[in-house]
Design a protein around this ligand. Structure first.
Ligand code: SAM
Ligand code: DTB
Ligand code: SF4
Length: 361
């Protein structure tokens, strides 16, 4: 085979995903970067802003989370923010170059929170009116709530599976994998885009990372957005306090991102929580693996994130630009015109073809 082709497939087998995940690093990175260029401009990395509109006091028992009532952490529960405060934060985010604004609430489910929901619908509509992509992560949703959020202008809903179905019960006991999949289905059926990913550093095996990607890549439609988080170890959480869990390795993050990029080529792969523990060079490896989004600003939901100025300097150093709102994947011009041949070097070949990028000028 000369080079790599990429088609959107939802019939991946787990061994196929594992084979990609376990490729030698140089081959994995080459393949991911190639696929990345078929669908995305590799110079564009979307800047997104997170805002915790309701912090702490969550009844779920997620073992990584600073906001669970079961965990004694630095987080003080606070009431839901006012609509105007949220819209002000979105305005500032837009001015700072963000094109996606994600509102998070520490809830198990939206449930019967009628008043809060009414305000959230106003927030969604206001942020949408600013021309930003609007995302929310509010816990479980029923079909009617999903429909109303869509109607208010919500572009995407974030609901993570976090890890493989096998490892999941070791991390969360208060709601099931199936319940998570049900919310994702409700979001999809309401016509919104799905943001669903996971976390590395939960004490999982490599097979669990592959397992998560396999579930995501075999959904009927791939999530349009897959956040890959590295555990932010928070003191007072069962996972943050565990001494025998190693810090997430940058190469593992790159492997996970590259595999996600290859098996879900038209998806935004987001380098999410945990960037503070990675150097610029390590983050560059993750962008090269196909990550095309970050969260900017000093705070994620409750934990720290690199300073805004530091990310601006990184983008400048790497020659990255932000990505405009509402621009999806494309088929590259070169591929459309059929005048690109990307070959790979095969051991023992007499004549080594050089990458031909005719058509690129
Ligand atoms: N409560 C809602 C839920 O869990 O669906 C929404 C907010 S929740 C904080 C959003 C996601 O952030 C979680 O699903 C998890 O994947 C990620 N997350 C939370 N705490 C984290 C941590 N300490 N390190 C890395 N990712 C984390
Ligand atoms: C996601 O996967 N990561 C973001 C976003 N979706 C909502 C949240 C990261 C939270 C990190 C821990 C914190 O700041 O509390
Ligand atoms: Fe609650 Fe979400 Fe934290 Fe789990 S991750 S404890 S559901 S806020």
């Amino acid at each position: 085979m000369a080079g790599y082709t990429s088609t959107v497939r939802t019939d991946w087998t787990k061994p196929e995903v594992a084979e990609i995940y376990n490729l030698p690093m140089h081959e994995l990175m080459y393949r991911a970067a190639t696929v990345h260029r078929m669908y995305w401009n590799p110079g564009e990395v979307q800047q997104c802003t997170l805002l915790s509109i309701k912090t702490g006091g969550c009844t779920e028992d997620c073992k990584y989370c600073s906001q669970s009532v079961r965990n004694k952490t630095f987080v003080k529960p606070t009431p839901t923010m006012k609509v105007q405060e949220v819209l002000e934060a979105a305005r500032r985010a837009k001015e700072a170059g963000s094109t996606r604004f994600c509102m998070g609430a520490a809830w198990r489910e939206l449930g019967g929170k009628k008043n809060a929901f009414k305000h959230i619908l106003e927030m969604v509509s206001g942020v949408n009116g600013m021309g930003l992509e609007v995302c929310a992560t509010l816990g479980m949703l029923n079909p009617e709530q999903a429909r109303q959020l869509k109607e208010a202008g919500l572009s995407a809903y974030n609901h993570n599976l976090d890890t493989s179905p096998e490892h999941y019960p070791k991390v969360i006991s208060t709601r099931s994998y199936e319940e998570r999949l049900e919310t994702i289905k409700n979001v999809r059926e309401a016509g919104m885009s799905v943001c669903c990913g996971g976390i590395l550093g939960l004490g999982e095996e490599e097979s669990d990372r592959v397992g998560l990607l396999h579930v995501l890549a075999t959904l009927e439609v791939h999530p349009e957005s897959v956040p890959i988080n590295a555990l932010v170890a928070v003191k007072g959480t069962p996972l943050g306090d565990q001494e025998d869990i190693d810090q997430v390795d940058a190469f593992d993050m790159a492997r996970m991102i590259a595999t996600a990029r290859i098996v879900m080529p038209r998806t935004m792969v987001r380098l999410s929580a945990g960037r503070l523990s990675f150097s610029d060079a390590e983050q560059y490896m993750m962008f090269s693996a196909g990550a095309n989004s970050i969260f900017n600003g000093d705070t994620l939901l409750t934990t720290s994130n690199p300073a805004f100025e530091k990310d601006t300097a990184l983008f400048e150093k790497l020659g990255f630009q932000g990505k405009p709102a509402h621009v999806g994947p494309m088929v590259s011009k070169m591929e459309l015109e059929g005048d690109v041949e990307i070959t790979r070097v095969v051991k023992g070949m007499q004549e080594v073809k050089v990458e031909q990028v005719a058509g690129a000028n």
